[in-house]
Design a protein around this ligand. Sequence first.
Ligand SMILES: *Cc1c(COP(=O)(O)O)cnc(C)c1O
Length: 827
Amino acid sequence: MNIAKTADRTVGQRAPASPAADGPDPAEIAAVRDDIRAKITRVLGQETERASLHDWYLAAALSLRERIATRWLADGRSARVTGRKRVYYLSLEFLIGRLFTDALSNLQLMETYARALRELGVDFREVKDVEPDAALGNGGLGRLAACFMESMASLAIPAVGYGIRYEHGLFRQAIAQGWQQEFPERWLEGGNPWEFERFDIGYDIHFGGRIEHRTSPHSDSVAWIPGETVRAAAFDTPIVGWRGAHVNALRLWSARPVAPLALDAFNHGDYAGASAQIARAEAISKFLYPSDETAAGRELRLRQEYFFVSASLQDILARHMREHGDIRALPARAAIQLNDTHPSLAVPELLRLLVDRYDLPWPQARRIAEETIAYTNHTLLPEALETWPVELFERLLPRHLDIIYRLNTDNLAAAERQRPGDIRFRAATSLIDETGGRRVRMGHLAFIGSHRINGVSAMHSELMKHTVFADLNALYPNRITNKTNGITFRRWLHQCNPGLTALLREVCGERVLDDPTVLKELEPFANDSAFQARFRTVKQDNKARLAGDLLRTLSLAVDPAALFDIQIKRIHEYKRQLLNALDTIARYLAIRDNPNADWVPRVKIFAGKAAPSYRQAKLIIKLINDIADTINRDASIRGLLKVAFVPNYNVSAAEVMVPACDLSEQISTAGMEASGTGNMKLALNGALTIGTLDGANIEIRDAVGADNIFIFGMTADEVVERRRAGLDASDAIAASPMLARVIEALDRGTFSPDDPARFAPIAHSLRYLDHYMVSADFDAYHHAQAQVDERWGTAAWETSAILNTARMGWFSADRTIRDYASDIWGV
Ligand SMILES: *Cc1c(COP(=O)(O)O)cnc(C)c1O
């Protein structure tokens, strides 16, 4: 690692605190303290008196890293010796957040480190906040990958996560005059103490060129003469399981030029040419694509996908051959999971390696690949279904296109056998989409190459069978299965909500930290008023902390006793932040009409990033901020409603907001959210959900009970039905004076006096292009919000909140991972 000096302020030396009698072993605290001090001087080359917060963070992280490394090597050895099957989780995104507190918590060293730092005169909380989030992902999909890595380590399943070490993770969002602005993110700038660069591990990744078919009848292999080569360099980050059960690696690839080529140009004095070549190689791992739920469609993206897939597969096969020696045993030793279609090239790449490098005959290679690979589908949104022009494949990956054609020959023959002469079926199951320019269908590629395809909630998996994969499901029945998402409770309960965790330990015992089903033991206390009061106090403290943050960062004063109504997730039309914003306007207008009525004080909190090219989503951010401006300034409503848009939503921000939430907004258009995991985090921490029958909300309702959740709105079937009838929402608006009034206000510029026409496009789509059913669902949502008001402040609310926490145990990622392990991976 490169340890950069930052201009961080120097920490004033406080008087060392006197050691407490209880808690961690004083000898261990002293050892950690001395170790941290030694790192400051010997590794960072700094005097402790002059050390900055950043120095203390690095020193503490490095000392912890040493403890982890020892266990890590032992676990790696034992996996090698026992020959256990490994899981390889391929994901273009890992939305990790901070690692310091995660590792400390899982090793149960939090208190030890906090005290060691205190003895050095340094505040632990300030130190931990120095760590930048590792934001190598956009949202739910990347966060799922991070939760899965932590769960696999906790369950001691030998696994390697593979991805890209983006130099710049997800952009930093700032809000200027209400608009989103994007700034490059620089998580590596101050050095990354968690990664180990593996100088001995690297692979050549080829692009372009041409292929030569050999004429031998005994071999299916083909020679690929590439036009360009880059090098993949490995960086490993240890992922520590709960109670240090096991340590796995997250191996991220960084793109480098192949040295001799660049040097050659350099030696001939072509400096510009040489640096262009270097830049072209390095561009591959430079940036994370910031689009959520839309296919990127750019050549660089396809290069990223192939780069990380090829490096990972070469690595997997090299490890397999080193440890086992027989390529045919691969399915018994390796399970490769594709997180969405982004790593779909694993199918042709594995086939290429098996056929061209290991000389296996095609049918055998296909069997091995299929038994090894499985694919997780994350979305049914048409704009997210990844396809690439055949022409681009021809140019960039000629051998892979060749393999895809060969696969398709087998595939279309199977289609013909099943439904002779059925042209539609043939076209629908083909790997090549022939409508409007020939394109490779990456979802089809992943499906055809996998033995299992899973959706991420019960509803989503069912919909998959009837929509995107209806025909492939008919052709290859019984491959589709469901694995409802989960979250790691270590991060999303124990670490982010220590107050609630302490209460749970007291009531359910220490076992609750290891076994989430024990949460059920809370149920008998749900109606106990003394327990309710304690539960309430915990929530209140968490809300006070968030209120303090809002005051500091937004200069917004909110009452921690008000109902905290929170919608935090990517900004997307289908997630319907707009619906929430409209209801906020309706509430505001109603309070103004009747300021002395018995209103429930509410704080509406929004946070989330919009893809930089997503105009409508960015306009919605502006709308929320404009509404907030008007409402927060209006003294006539006596602070009964406050609106906050918290900038730069990320994992660390979520860790503060999740425990402070009373009402969790999960209001996507039914049929459009594959699962959601934010819904799980919030319910687990005792928020009540207001939500549609979509994704995992349905299973959450089944778990917590219909009385403890506010369900509203159209079902997925009704949405399909209504869309078929047209997108005009005049009927819904005519039936709802309230909605008509809100749209009017938008159209008149009530919230944008500086630019009255600003939200006219939104008003227009609410009236005539209601694809996301915002107008159609408005009244149902408004009615559900009235029920929320009615319940708030009663014992019934507390009962429901407690029952939410008590009944969310099933949504632990450990349960999800066990299901993958037994039904898909066979580990
Ligand atoms: C959990 C999480 C998400 C996913 O939220 P959804 O509500 O499921 O879309 C996105 N971003 C971050 C930072 C998260 O922690």
